[in-house]
Design a protein around this ligand. Structure first.
Ligand SMILES: Nc1ncnc2c1ncn2[C@@H]1O[C@H](COP(=O)(O)OP(=O)(O)O)[C@@H](O)[C@H]1O
Ligand SMILES: [Mg+2]
Length: 341
């Protein structure tokens, strides 16, 4: 669906020229929800702006559905852009226009003026996002979540194949974030629209992304399936973004509460289970086959998109032989583990 090849973009700043996007290559398959995560200033917004050529890259190709957007005329680009809807963190609605007029805007900009056709299209979109009764209201009277629903309706009115989202839920509270993510997932699944989103919120990745790429200083440093990246990130920065925010936070608490002290026979292990492995009685098996003891410090069972996963943080108390045996059992049962302390 999307191929990004050798994409680079620099900006002139006071300090001189800075490379904000540095030779990025990415593939997004049709129907995927693809998340791009990274720290503030990493280049996320610039990357997404390059995707529909809101920003023109210095070099590289952006191929959407077989068309290289960097190589076509302004007119052709205008047509291709109708295939790409965009939603924003701050919704970007026109406050002087009704909800109906906001959603209709992309059609009017395309030169469509048939009132009946516009009404049918807008009504369909407002119904999709659950805002039919708000057509004649103005943005100021809507909540943040409702405004984002209007933003989504407006983005989808040209029936795009691709939806780009720049931190669409970052201004919303957790419950509203959840509702909007559900809506995006429904749109992705029911309408088959490919979604590329950038976010700094792990919850977003966890809930709706199939794939994830991590961007740092304009480069993609790691990418893969969402559950691989979330459960066992490899790059130090990804670990910082993901593990520190999750397990290390608990590890700190655990150290504090249990006054865990480094002891040659004591280790803290982080076990991750995906899919079938989630339901195996792994600790029982280890306990039967070794003479180690353990205490569970933290346990979590959740889903990454539709895939069940579990994570257990345990204090393992046993000699070298028991630890080796436990590791080999975990390997054979395909339980991913890390000795974190
Ligand atoms: N129009 C611009 N002119 C100059 N510098 C810019 C411009 N847009 C972004 N930048 C710089 O590019 C870097 C990446 O910005 P951005 O893509 O917005 O990051 P993110 O969305 O990951 O926070 C930042 O250092 C930012 O200051
Ligand atoms: Mg940004």
């Amino acid at each position: 669906m999307i191929t990004i090849q050798n994409l680079s973009k620099s900006y002139k700043q006071k300090k001189g020229q800075i490379k904000v996007i540095d030779d990025i290559n990415l593939e997004v398959a049709k129907g995927e929800v693809f998340g791009i995560i990274g720290k503030s200033g990493a280049g996320k917004s610039t990357l997404i702006k390059c995707l529909n050529l809101l920003e023109r890259p210095d070099s590289g190709k952006i191929i959407v559905d077989g068309v290289d957007l960097t190589a076509i005329s302004v007119n052709e680009l205008r047509i291709q852009r109708q295939q790409i809807g965009v939603i924003f963190q701050h919704f970007n609605l026109l406050s002087s226009k009704t909800i109906f007029a906001n959603v209709a805007l992309p059609l009017t900009l395309q030169g469509k003026h048939n009132k009946a056709e516009i009404k049918t299209a807008v009504d369909e979109m407002l119904s999709l996002v659950g805002l039919s009764q708000f057509a004649n209201k103005y943005p100021a009277s809507l909540s943040g979540g409702q405004k984002q629903r209007v933003g989504i309706a407006r983005a989808l009115i040209t029936k795009p194949k691709l939806l780009l989202s720049d931190e669409a839920t970052s201004a919303l509270d957790p419950q509203t974030t959840n509702d909007i993510l559900e809506l995006l997932l429904e749109i992705n699944q029911r309408l088959g629209i490919t979604v590329v989103l950038i976010t700094h919120e792990l919850e977003v990745v966890r809930k709706i992304c199939d794939k994830v790429a991590v961007i740092d200083k304009g480069k993609i440093i790691e990418q893969g399936n969402a559950f691989d990246i979330l459960l066992h990130p490899k790059e130090p920065l990804t670990r910082k973004l993901i593990i520190e925010e999750e397990s290390d936070k608990y590890l700190e608490k655990v150290k504090h509460f249990y006054q865990f002290e480094k002891h040659p026979n004591k280790h803290i292990l982080l076990l991750s289970f995906v899919g079938e492995a989630t339901y195996q009685p792994i600790l029982n098996i280890i306990s039967n086959e070794t003479n180690a003891n353990f205490s569970i410090l933290r346990g979590e069972l959740d889903r990454i998109k539709h895939m069940p996963f579990g994570q257990l943080l345990i204090e393992f108390d046993g000699d070298e032989g028991s630890l080796e045996k436990a590791c080999s059992i975990m390997r054979s049962m395909k339980v991913h583990f890390e000795i974190v302390h």
